[in-house]
Design a protein around this ligand. Structure first.
Ligand SMILES: [Zn+2]
Length: 312
């Protein structure tokens, strides 16, 4: 899908989006990446109405707001402030807590928290394509002590949560032409247990049939769980480097940026981590994705998202 061009540096960003009309134009172009078409009369031309965040169709005079259905709609905050917030969230590699965003933007904690929640919702791409090729899969326990654990799938400790992960392993070459492996796209999901049924469900939701799934010898990775996939076992010496590195980064991120997360909110944070991980080399595209996706999502009323007292 064609998207409007985007400034490549911070300085360019600030200059480009210094004024409201530039932000509005960008939203308009993001909303109609293949050109405007009136939803009422199919006419392809509209003009902006000065002083309002509205365009008017030249065919039927329908007034269309490029912010409708986006996270910016009915906000009295200047658009450039929202853009700045989204830019910080999209390009700040480790991600931002509401407190950090509040400080950077000079807004209230409630506004920062609200903006972050909205951007996180925009990070879930429902139509995304499944992982393919060679995949490393494993589980990790997030939060709480691991001590006393008697088997996988048993998370007795309070506030500890079991998470499935799968990551693509892609072959590439370094600058000397030597063959290397690097991590491709990632998926993470909360699970109650690591039994064959849960593993099957996670894999079929996230991985294309026929892919090679590399795992350890955990019995949950049974023939039934892996039906339709090719199974590859790794030994202690060739352990799953890429998924373990992703788990390590996830834990560091959760503890460092967010100082731990309650299990109730964890899936949202997993979505954000996956979003950042999968776009780690294209932060500018992340910003575009946030706006593009957000514009297709329904408006979420403030009432349904009341800020908890201490979620960073
Ligand atoms: Zn029209």
């Amino acid at each position: 899908m064609a998207r409007p061009t985007f400034p490549k540096t911070l300085r360019e960003f600030q200059e480009h989006f210094a004024e409201e009309p530039a932000c509005l134009n960008y939203l308009w172009e993001s909303r109609w990446p293949e050109g405007f078409q009136c939803p009422q009369c199919s006419w392809k031309k509209a003009w902006p109405i000065e002083g309002r965040r509205v365009w008017e169709c030249q065919g039927c005079s329908l007034q269309i707001s490029p912010t409708a259905g986006t996270l910016l709609h009915r906000s009295h905050f200047p658009l450039r402030e929202w853009f700045w917030g989204a830019y910080l969230v999209a390009t700040h590699t480790p991600g931002l807590s509401a407190t950090q965003l509040q400080r950077q933007m000079g807004c209230s904690y409630k506004t920062a928290w609200f903006l972050l929640q909205r951007l996180r919702r925009a990070m879930v791409h429902e139509g995304r394509s499944p992982l393919a090729g060679r995949i490393e899969a494993d589980e990790v326990i997030i939060g709480g002590p691991v001590r006393g654990k008697t088997g996988r799938g048993v998370t007795k400790a309070e506030h500890s949560t079991l998470v499935f992960g799968a990551v693509e392993v892609r072959a590439c070459q370094d600058k000397h032409g030597d063959h290397l492996e690097r991590a491709g796209r990632l998926r993470l999901a909360l699970t109650e247990r690591a039994d064959a049924v849960s593993i099957r469900s996670f894999l079929t939701r996230n991985v294309q049939p026929g892919s090679v799934i590399n795992t350890d010898g955990w019995k949950g990775y049974s023939k039934t769980a892996l039906a339709g996939f090719r199974h590859e076992l790794h030994g202690p010496e060739t352990h799953a480097l890429h998924i373990h590195r992703a788990f390590g980064n996830l834990k560091t991120w959760l503890n460092g940026t967010h100082h731990g997360v309650h299990p109730k909110y964890l899936q949202h944070y997993l979505d954000e981590f996956v979003f950042r991980f999968n776009r780690r080399n294209t932060p500018m595209a992340a910003f575009q994705t946030l706006l593009g996706l957000a514009s297709q999502r329904n408006h979420v009323p403030l009432k349904s998202m009341v800020a908890p007292e201490s979620t960073g």
